[in-house]
Design a protein around this ligand. Structure first.
Ligand code: NAG
Ligand code: NAG
Ligand code: NAG
Ligand code: NAG
Length: 428
């Protein structure tokens, strides 16, 4: 006899670029990068996390373009890596066509990249991210919440723990409010309080909930002096001007250029700990034109060009201080990206439960982004600025006072932790 099981896939991704709360002791472990943890990974040649990067980038941009086409003129912000990892983890319990479809639409060519390599790639990447370095804290976590009367296939439990470091919890879904509270509390802890209400309500027939979250916090390598921040105009579109707190750096060295072939400027902002932000500022009114050519090849081209610029040039940089939260219902989006099995009665998740039929997974993704100055170094920066401004001649200026694109890259520079378009920094 078949019974139906409801699976929920929840993904959360807060990004906090706010440094003051960082605990300095996180830097300590840095010196042991080579120790037992590294051995545990079996980190072999051709780093597995690099091998999954091209697929992850393809998926990230496919998802971006779909969301952008559905939400014209709105802020976009999500963690493609968290969504990829969640779906790859789900694929561990999928069988036959369903499994192939998930992995294929995640951007992986199974001829070139056998399934075990994909999971090893995520394991490697998760371990590298989870390894704290000074100035940066990143953690991608996974959890399974299941009802007591559900019998999971042991290999699924094993594999999700081994590759995705997933923890398993029991929940009583017959008390949906209580179960939702338990899950939300768990996500709140995993995201250091940044995402507190991932799910609003839960069906009493739910039997399995799969949660992925990513937490990332980093300090700018070159912080913005606090006292310089002041309200400035931000041109949301031709007819809308708002006032935002604008952070200003006057004379720092950065890698940036104006694209000779496209109407946009491109800038690298480094974080301490190795991650970096790739910022793309279209010329006024040119966002659509730039989005149109936003491909993995274009990202690689921009990165290559920026890299060639060495230590960079002096820049007067204006960048808004803001905080946004976005959420997406993945089960409405993913089928449009080719994940059609996920929503169909033919979906084969026989690798997750022993008997019965697992119903349509529901997926939610929520992400928040905070950007600020990291003001602790403001005093030191002040005198520096004053000194240099005396010799300033022809300053190069970049004002992020209109919609822009933002990608946060992992410290290996190959995976997109977060991707977004900031249209209106005041829209939460
Ligand atoms: C890293 O580990 C290898 C093998 O365990 C060892 O030979 C090497 O000396 C270590 N390097 C550092 C910097 O600890
Ligand atoms: C997958 O890789 C194989 C071998 O490199 C190649 O022949 C095939 O065209 C690729 N498939 C897709 C869909 O790219
Ligand atoms: C794995 O999960 C445990 C418990 O959530 C956590 O303490 C640990 O840091 C995680 N490991 C990695 C490498 O993320
Ligand atoms: C799960 O892992 C344990 C310990 O690693 C192993 O002994 C067991 O055979 C595994 N079970 C399955 C079903 O893979």
């Amino acid at each position: 006899m078949l019974f139906a099981v409801h699976l929920l896939l929840l993904l959360a991704g807060p990004l906090s670029v706010a440094g003051k709360q960082l605990q300095p002791e996180h830097g300590v472990e840095d010196h042991h990068a080579n120790s037992s943890r590294q051995a545990l990974l079996g980190a072999a040649e051709g780093s597995p996390s690099l091998r999954i990067a091209p697929g992850n980038t393809d998926f990230a941009l496919n998802l971006y373009h779909l969301v952008s086409s559905q939400r014209a003129g709105q802020n976009i912000f999500f963690s493609p890596l968290s969504i990829s990892a969640g779906l790859a983890m789900l694929s561990l319990g999928a069988r036959s066509h369903t499994k192939d479809q998930i992995l294929k639409h995640l951007g992986f060519n199974l001829t070139q990249l056998p399934e075990p390599t994909i999971h090893q790639g995520f394991r490697h990447l998760l371990h590298k991210l989870g390894h704290p370095s000074s100035g940066m804290e990143a953690h991608l976590g996974s959890s399974l919440f299941l009802s007591q009367d559900l019998e999971l296939v042991p290999a699924f439990l094993n594999d999700t723990a081994a590759f995705y470091n997933a923890s398993v919890f029991h929940a009583n879904f017959r008390e949906p409010v209580e179960a939702a509270r338990l899950i939300n509390e768990h996500v709140r802890e995993g995201t250091r309080g940044k995402i507190s209400d991932l799910i609003a309500n839960l069906s009493p027939s739910t039997q399995l909930v799969l949660v992925n979250y990513i937490y990332f916090k980093a300090l700018w390598e070159k912080p913005f002096p606090l006292f310089k921040t002041k309200p400035s105009d931000f041109h949301v579109d031709e007819n809308t001007v708002i006032q935002v707190p604008m952070m200003i750096q006057e004379r720092e060295m950065h890698r940036y250029f104006h694209d000779r072939h496209l109407p946009c400027s491109v800038l690298h902002l480094d974080y301490k700990g190795g991650a970096l932000a790739l910022l793309i500022l279209p010329d006024p009114g040119k966002m659509a034109e730039v989005e149109e050519v936003l491909t993995p090849e274009m990202l690689r081209r921009w990165n290559r060009l920026l890299h060639k610029l060495g230590p960079g040039r002096k820049l007067e940089l204006h960048f808004p201080k803001f905080s946004i939260t976005t959420s997406y219902v993945l089960d409405q989006i993913l089928p449009l990206l080719g994940f059609t099995d996920l929503l169909s009665p033919q979906a084969d998740f026989s690798g997750i439960i022993k008997q019965g039929h697992l119903q349509v997974p529901k997926g939610f993704h929520k992400a928040t982004l905070d950007v600020n100055e990291f003001g602790t170094e403001a005093a030191a920066a002040t005198s520096f600025v004053a000194f240099l401004s005396a010799v300033r001649k022809d300053p190069h200026v970049l004002k992020f006072n209109r919609p822009f694109l933002m990608a946060i890259l992992s410290p290996d520079k190959h995976n997109i932790l977060f991707l977004g378009k900031i249209v209106n920094p005041l829209k939460l």
